[in-house]
Design a protein around this ligand. Sequence first.
Ligand code: FAD
Length: 349
Amino acid sequence: MSNRQKPTSRPSFRSQAVHNTLALPCVAESAWQLDDESCLPWLQSHWLANQPMKIVGAGSNLILPPILTGPTILMALKGITVIEETTHDILVNVAAGESWHDWVQQSLKAGWFGLENLALIPGTVGASPVQNIGAYGVEVGQLIEHVNVWDFSCGQTKALTTDDCQFAYRDSLFKKPEGQALLILSVSFRLRKKAAWQPTLDYPDLKPLSQAALLDGFVVSPQAVFDQVVAVRRLKLPDPASIPNAGSFFKNPLVSAEHCDRLRQRYPGLVAYPQTDGRAKLAAGWMIEQCGWKGRQLGDVGVHERQALVLVNLGNAQARDLLALAEVIGADVLERFGVALEIEPICWA
Ligand SMILES: Cc1cc2nc3c(=O)[nH]c(=O)nc-3n(C[C@H](O)[C@H](O)[C@H](O)COP(=O)(O)OP(=O)(O)OC[C@H]3O[C@@H](n4cnc5c(N)ncnc54)[C@H](O)[C@@H]3O)c2cc1C
């Protein structure tokens, strides 16, 4: 990869508004659009001379301030390359600036399966390992073989394994202090061909398919899983194009099995999912709803009427309005359930 770098190239530089799905007004003081890896050495010298850079994909998991100070990279690298192929599976490298949902659709069309449960998640391929995006029983870390990065701490490209990436629930190396010098350039996915593919249908919303799969002669196809996921998401989640939001605003908190049992005795309707490590994941949306926040508004921000986990910008909100709402919701949940909520999007405000 490093052979392709031409040290003389520099990316386009400008001060510009940063698009984000929460529609928060934000201008980056100095933004570089990265559409060619040959610009990396130039960025490296800028990195060494200045403060750490902020990296923006599609802005669908960001809480942004009105002014984004310091250098910002707008990820725009494109390209999809097959690395190796067997009769059972395929290894494909996808550039960080590709749209996530477009890639899911393309993989399905090409007959490469495994990503169908992750359909319709907004954002770029490069951001997918950052919070180890997950939905409907699948996390992207399960399908990744390598994450290819530019390491600003040494000015080199590196191929990180899944162990290096430290994938966990909505977490990875890239969210930790030691991962802050890493710019994701591309992600290599190991996907299955039809003969080796197995559907993941454990999630309650996919029950119609898992029940149908029990019928004689009914075969669940990857396209059917994709279609069901897309239909459920369209029903449950607001489209940021019409109601600005960042998806789940809070993580589902993990608690010990004992803590979960104590809560269930008090709240028989508690929604909790047992984890393989013995802990339980509590549905934050259910707790927020129990505290009476579903559908409520506070000035220009509110809690979505169909999904209590989603905070929405109802007009001219700024980051501080959203954070103020998140704080009162968090305080209510803590008081009632004794559980601390953690904000899911990355907050630079
Ligand atoms: C309606 C809606 C539904 C959603 N549903 C889900 C869901 O089901 N599951 C889920 O997990 N998430 C979900 N999200 C959150 C979001 O879509 C994902 O986190 C997505 O991966 C963010 O991609 P992005 O390109 O917009 O990243 P951005 O928001 O631009 O950035 C997010 C973080 O990634 C970092 N980053 C971005 N690109 C790179 C790169 N190339 N190298 C290094 N760091 C980088 C940024 O610095 C930042 O820290 C949802 C969001 C919305 C709006």
